[in-house]
Design a protein. Structure first.
Length: 344
């Protein structure tokens, strides 16, 4: 079957607490998981979906029709409940989202995979679900309106999930058949990022490149492009999405008024809401701060204004806090060692 393209409904289904269950029940659990994988993969094909990938404890599938995706999720939960799970009830859960993901094929296997914000949202919904629960985004609820009646879903209201820019209206398939605790909302992390008044549309390719650089170990990433092209908003979107990966949170330092290296350090200190000590050079004091704090993501906005003076400081800060990430917005690259560039 050919993978669907354009508007696609993505489904993640996995086993909540799989590692703990396997440690507790051993071979018996592994045998049931193997049977569940067979059932779920067969259900993807029967429901007209495309199996994107299968892991030890989960599947990712893509459907051209949102109603088919919702039916797959309901059937998978139902059939998993018929298996004999050690310890009692089935731990299967699912998350569904509809959007326009990036479709790419593996040059070796020819298999298709999907990337971008639409994929992240489906994965986050699955991670937020409890065992036995299937969660739908508002986009999937709307796309499947012809197939899913009001009686088929439960409106859970708005929630902000890990890695999502704005609160998300979430629905639950009523066929789950029982009441669940509140879904897992995003943990509160320190930040000064501005609230986003509108949903972020487009730029999926740039967001994916940025996330790939960070996942690959890049510690300095520059968003470059002419003034007014959206570098700052893209940087804030990236920082918001990646914030759950950084215990120290995500921060935005506005350098638009900086006139020299000391004022750059002052702008960073202001972003963190702390004063600079008088007994230390400002650049060194920021290095101390970054070194002592948990790993964080720091956006240095309009870095090109002070690029000549601040490039060495940014490199020193990155070296002192090797688990943190600096994101620079600039018209040109900064020349910091190890810097990766994304053109906007």
């Amino acid at each position: 079957m050919e993978p669907p393209s354009g508007t696609v409904t993505l489904v993640f289904a996995d086993l909540a607490g799989a590692l703990e269950l396997e440690a507790r029940h051993g071979t018996a659990f592994a045998e049931t998981v193997s049977r569940w994988r067979e059932v779920s993969q067969a259900r993807v094909a029967k429901g007209g979906g495309y199996l994107v990938k299968a892991t030890v404890a989960g599947v990712m599938a893509a459907f051209a029709n949102a109603g088919d995706a919702a039916q797959f999720a309901a059937d998978t939960l139902l059939e998993s409940g018929r298996l004999e799970w050690p310890g009692g009830s089935a731990p299967v859960r699912a998350g569904l989202n509809t959007g326009e993901p990036i479709l790419e094929r593996d040059p070796v296997t020819g298999r298709a995979d999907y990337f971008g914000i639409a994929v992240n949202r489906a994965a986050r919904l699955c991670a937020a679900a409890h065992a036995g629960q299937a969660l739908l985004s508002a986009a999937t609820r709307e796309a499947a309106a012809a197939s899913i009646s009001t009686a088929d879903v439960v409106d859970l209201g708005e929630h902000r999930l890990r890695g999502l820019e704005l609160p998300e209206r979430i629905w639950q398939l009523a066929s789950c058949g029982r009441t669940f605790p509140p879904i897992a909302a995003a943990a509160s992390l320190p930040t000064n990022l501005p609230p986003q008044s509108t949903s972020f549309v487009g730029r999926e390719r740039e967001v994916k490149d940025l996330e790939d650089f960070v996942a690959g170990g890049a510690r300095v990433v520059s968003l470059t492009g002419p003034a007014g092209c959206g570098k700052t908003r893209l940087a804030v979107r990236l920082a918001s999405g990646l914030m759950p990966k950084f215990d120290g949170g995500a921060w935005l330092a506005d350098l638009s008024e900086a006139a020299g290296i000391d004022s750059v350090a002052e702008a960073v200190a202001a972003a963190f809401g702390v004063p600079l000590p008088r007994h230390r050079p400002p650049v060194d004091a920021i290095g101390d701060l970054l070194e002592l704090r948990p790993p964080l993501l720091l956006v240095l906005d309009t870095f090109d204004r002070v690029r000549m003076e601040a490039a060495a400081a940014a490199g020193a800060w990155a070296a002192r806090a090797p688990r943190s990430v600096l994101v620079l917005t600039s018209r040109v690259t900064a020349g910091v060692p190890g810097e990766r560039e994304v053109r906007v």
